[in-house]
Design a binder for this molecule. Structure first.
Ligand SMILES: [Fe+2]
Length: 161
């Protein structure tokens, strides 16, 4: 994404563009996963309603909590980030689920797979940041990865038969 000269923030790091591309891809997927997790929080039903409803609310809050840090890493390294829901829609690779009804077990499985997709996105961020000598991004992405792996673990255990 070309940076408008009015937003051209200086950085001494080489190749931050590829880091920004990886961060923006992960950010779009965070927003897609945030809204899907809220969607399932709102629409889950059945005997485990309370457990799943609360679990998904915790997870949604955690996902939303990393979005600002991701976007600000992009800006700190001289690039530009997402601007709109439309921008998210053009970049997201986590697929929306607009079905009228989803079984609770299917919700947990889908969210687990999506969180593991996010782990892959964060691995791409890690690789790009190390190549660019962007130590701060390389360090902070470890926490985001750990959180996504923890969400995938909780979703797996909650759906274990
Ligand atoms: Fe709620």
């Amino acid at each position: 994404m070309a940076v408008n000269p009015a937003l051209d923030t200086p950085t001494d790091l080489p190749n931050t563009r590829s880091v920004a591309d990886a961060l923006n891809a992960a950010l779009a997927n965070c927003y897609a996963l945030y809204l899907k997790t809220k969607n399932f929080h709102w629409h889950v039903s059945g005997p485990h309603f309370r457990d799943y409803h609360l679990l998904l609310d915790d997870q949604a809050a955690q996902i939303l909590g990393v979005t600002d840090a991701i976007a600000e890493r992009v800006r700190k390294t001289g690039n530009v980030t997402l601007r709109s829901i439309g921008d998210i829609g053009r970049r997201q690779t986590i697929v929306d689920n607009d079905k009228d009804f989803v079984e609770p077990q299917a919700m947990l499985k889908e969210l687990r797979d999506d969180n593991l997709k996010l782990v892959e996105d964060f691995r791409a961020v890690k690789d790009a940041s190390e190549a660019a000598k962007d130590n701060a991004t390389s360090g902070i992405v470890d926490d985001w990865t750990d959180q996504a792996e923890e969400r995938a673990w909780f979703l797996f255990e909650a759906s274990r038969k």
